[in-house]
Design a protein around this ligand. Structure first.
Ligand code: GRF
Length: 218
């Protein structure tokens, strides 16, 4: 099978990036054309270099406003001609033009069971809300921050004595499973966003996000 060209955007440590690199070195049919960071010191850039993947840094601070940064970012991404763009810990709010441009071909990973806990500090907020279950979601990116159609989720229990760090670590393990899995379905042409912005997997429009336990080929 031919490999899907993808570009991955990061801002930080890049453990999700690493999970995708590792799978791509085995059986995930993607060709990571570039890893782009808005921060020069993002450790994920090192991970990409070690895997022989081209990297680029586009620092938002060098741009006068959000629009000009996003326009430059779009041009940079498109120079690699990806079929799918992955936000993997990319900590920037994107403009509507940018989001429209990649409609149906951009995923984000968010560390909560969306629609719960959109935005930042999700683990801390989950603990404060005393939820029993927490987790992570993969979704198509739309204009609404962390609000696009959800593809796949994995949940973890919140355990007595958890703090934000222990909970984050438990969620992160699941993130590393669900991101490559959703990318696989897309690369295999089994997953897309239809004209009504519904997620379609294996010919069926989802009425609810897929849960990892019930997911095909996990
Ligand atoms: C992850 O928790 C991801 O869900 C969130 O930011 C974190 C990035 O982690 N958006 P990493 O850089 O992939 O290690």
């Amino acid at each position: 099978m031919s490999k899907l060209p993808i570009v991955i955007l990061i801002s930080g440590g890049g453990t999700n990036l690493q999970a995708i690199i590792d799978r791509a070195e085995k059986d995930l049919p993607v060709d990571i054309k570039a890893v782009i960071s808005n921060k020069a010191d993002a450790y994920g850039l090192e991970r990409a270099k070690q895997a022989g993947i081209p990297t680029a840094v586009l620092e938002h601070r060098q741009f006068p406003d959000r629009e000009s940064f996003d326009t430059a970012l779009m041009e940079l991404i498109d120079s690699y001609q990806p079929k799918l763009v992955l936000l993997a810990g990319f900590m920037r709010i994107l403009t509507p033009d940018f989001v429209h441009h990649y409609h149906g071909r951009m995923f984000n990973i968010h560390p909560s069971l969306l629609p719960d806990f959109q935005g930042l500090h999700t683990h801390h907020r989950a603990l404060e809300a005393e939820v029993e279950k927490h987790g992570a979601s993969i979704h198509f990116v739309t204009e609404e921050l962390d609000g696009g159609p959800i593809i796949l989720q994995a949940s973890v229990p919140v355990l007595p004595g958890d703090d934000a760090k222990t909970l984050a670590a438990r969620v992160l393990e699941k993130e590393h499973i669900i991101y490559p899995l959703a990318v696989r379905w897309y690369a295999q042409g089994r997953l897309f966003l239809n004209e009504n912005d519904e997620v379609v997997l294996d010919g069926k429009a989802l009425t609810a996000p897929i849960q990892l336990e019930q997911a095909p080929d996990r």
